[in-house]
Design a protein around this ligand. Structure first.
Ligand SMILES: [Zn+2]
Length: 297
């Protein structure tokens, strides 16, 4: 097989290897992202739990304060009956008044803190169900990664062996160039030369659309051993089978045959064997060919 055909075979296998590897990479990335998110949620859960513990402790302390104040008020009430003079009586009454005020304040604060406990508990519950959902997603991601590794493990080693065989058919210099371009273009190493306008000798790189000179087209058309890179995107250029003239053909000949890439064989077959009347398109191609010949004279 010609060098360009071997390069195309290598390209086909190489892009399969790359696609599989990138499938594994994206499965790994996805799984890692799930792990990260879950880690973050677990950290938040711990923070919420600490917050809830603190709130509960604060409610408990307030309850204790309330009991202390109540006890003191009860004690003062009994002392009130034992008061011997007006001054003493007023002092006890005054303290009781202050304590009642403090008790009201304690109750108000306790109610607030208990509301916060309730809210925090609810948040904790919602958070816990979010974690359960995330854990499910993480398990799916883990399964997909394992599945991907199992599938790819087998197929990848097959493909890598195939890639080595394909690469062995290519001279070292060209192989190195292939690898360099493959890395540069993420595996989009080869680009077909497209015929923009055959009559005006306009050709383009099928990948980046930059103009390809006629000399390159002619060289590729007559010689499948030529490695030519696109000047813009560095990809290795090739011609579709239908546009290749073969070793024996002159570039002019392949040019005269076709207005479109897949039309090339038709006029030749016609002129050789068929006596059926030409279609309009074939007639046009024939005229074009004639014109090209005359133009060259
Ligand atoms: Zn290009």
């Amino acid at each position: 097989m010609a060098l360009l055909d071997n390069l195309l075979t290598l390209h086909r296998v190489d892009s399969q290897v790359r696609a599989l590897s990138s499938r594994v990479d994206s499965a790994k990335t996805y799984f890692a992202a799930q792990e990260r998110q879950l880690g973050l949620l677990e950290k938040q859960r711990d923070e919420l739990a600490t917050q809830l513990r603190q709130l509960k402790a604060s409610v408990h302390a307030l309850e204790l304060d309330q009991t202390t104040a109540t006890d003191r008020v009860t004690k003062l009430r009994s002392e009130l009956n034992l008061a011997t003079n007006d001054k003493q009586y007023k002092a006890i009454l005054n303290e009781m008044k202050v304590l009642e005020g403090q008790k009201d304040d304690i109750v108000r604060r306790a109610v607030e803190e208990m509301q916060r406990v309730e809210e925090s508990t609810k948040r904790g519950e919602t958070h816990a169900s979010t974690i359960v959902e995330r854990q499910k997603i993480r398990e799916v991601a883990k399964g997909k990664l394992a599945e991907c590794l199992a599938e790819v493990g087998e197929r990848l080693s097959e493909l890598e062996a195939e890639r080595t065989r394909a690469a062995d058919l290519i001279p070292e210099r060209d192989r190195k160039l292939f690898d360099k371009v493959a890395d540069l273009t993420e595996g989009q190493t080869m680009a077909e030369v497209t015929i923009v306008d055959l009559r005006h000798r306009e050709f383009a790189c099928g990948e980046c659309n930059i103009e390809v000179p006629f000399e390159t087209f002619a060289r590729l058309s007559s010689n499948s051993e030529s490695v030519v890179q696109c000047k813009a995107c560095a990809r290795i250029l090739f011609l579709a089978e239908a546009n290749r003239g073969g070793e024996k053909a002159k570039p002019e000949r392949s040019k005269s045959g076709a207005g479109k890439s897949d039309d090339a064989p038709t006029p030749r077959k016609r002129s050789a064997s068929s006596k059926a009347p030409l279609t309009e398109e074939e007639q046009l191609l024939k005229d074009k060919a004639k014109f090209e010949k005359t133009r060259k004279l």
